[in-house]
Ligand binder design. Structure first.
Ligand SMILES: Nc1nc2c(ncn2[C@@H]2O[C@H](COP(=O)(O)OP(=O)(O)O[C@H]3O[C@H](CO)[C@@H](O)[C@H](O)[C@@H]3O)[C@@H](O)[C@H]2O)c(=O)[nH]1
Ligand SMILES: [Mg+2]
Length: 240
């Protein structure tokens, strides 16, 4: 596949020292094999494990055109990391994904194909339709994810089968507009984006993906994030 567009990948990182070289290597592989123009924007939030130092090494290996560093001094949340990253994106399309290998770069050519096929404004990965799935999570974490999706379905009617997932492809100008109309700062940000996309009449396609739990490091979704998530959902319910 030789796509004529440029794709910017936003990689938010907090303590992803072990994962970053693997995901970057795979991203480079799939983009190069597909002869696709790309940049990888790493938004590190002052990770104490030295993720930024690793990112700097990767920039030396792959070059400043491909690896763009947009770090922030401290942990300011996943939603604001995306907002920060998109400001610096130079591609026609923006891919958002986790940096811990739960979102495998092998799906990127499928995201691109799906977008081109349907001329979609957004293509969103789904773990809960078609061949999509979740692997490696314990029962509690599966329940949290299913429960969160169910709450969103009932309260906000997002029009997609997996509203809490965050492996997505956006037309850049669409993402910029969505980001400007979103207020959430944490994990609820991806839900607000997809709800806004529906309200603003953008076309959204779904792509089944498999989500595999991380091998290295830990999830940052703790009790505080879950409480903030619930507050965010209630706020969206009351205001949208
Ligand atoms: N820069 C930055 N990055 C962050 C922050 N918090 C998390 N990240 C990064 O965001 C990505 C996802 O964080 P995880 O901590 O691995 O999330 P998860 O528990 O695996 O959650 C996944 O499932 C959720 C529910 O389906 C999703 O909402 C979430 O996006 C993610 O896909 C990782 O690359 C992580 O380093 C932050 O405050 N700042
Ligand atoms: Mg993760």
């Amino acid at each position: 596949m030789a796509a004529k567009h440029k794709y910017s990948v936003l990689l938010p990182t907090y303590n992803e020292r072990e994962n970053l070289p693997i995901i970057v290597w795979l991203l480079v592989k799939y983009f190069s094999e597909g002869n696709i123009d790309y940049e990888i924007i790493i938004i590190d939030d002052g990770s104490p494990d030295g993720t930024l130092e690793v990112a700097k090494q990767l920039q030396k290996i792959y070059g400043e055109k491909r690896i763009v560093l947009r770090p922030r001094e401290k942990k300011l949340g996943l939603g604001t990391a995306y907002i920060h990253g998109v400001k610096h994106a130079t591609g026609d399309f923006v891919l958002i994904m986790d940096a811990d290998m739960s979102h495998h770069p092998k799906f990127i050519p499928q995201f691109i194909e799906k977008q081109l096929e349907g001329d979609y404004d957004v293509v969103t990965g789904t773990r809960y339709a078609g061949d999509g799935g979740v692997h490696g999570w314990d029962f509690k974490r599966k329940l949290i994810s299913r429960g969160a999706n169910y709450i969103v379905q009932v309260l906000l009617r997002p029009g997609v089968s997996d509203s809490t997932g965050s492996f997505r492809l956006y037309r850049k100008e669409v993402l910029e507009k969505l980001v400007n109309s979103c207020r959430s700062k944490g994990y609820v940000f991806q839900i607000e984006l997809i709800i806004q996309a529906r309200h603003m009449g953008y076309s959204v396609g779904e792509l089944p993906i498999s989500f595999v739990d991380r091998v290295y490091g830990e999830s940052k979704l703790g009790g505080h994030e879950i409480i903030e998530w619930m507050k965010g959902i209630l706020y969206l319910f009351a205001t949208t």
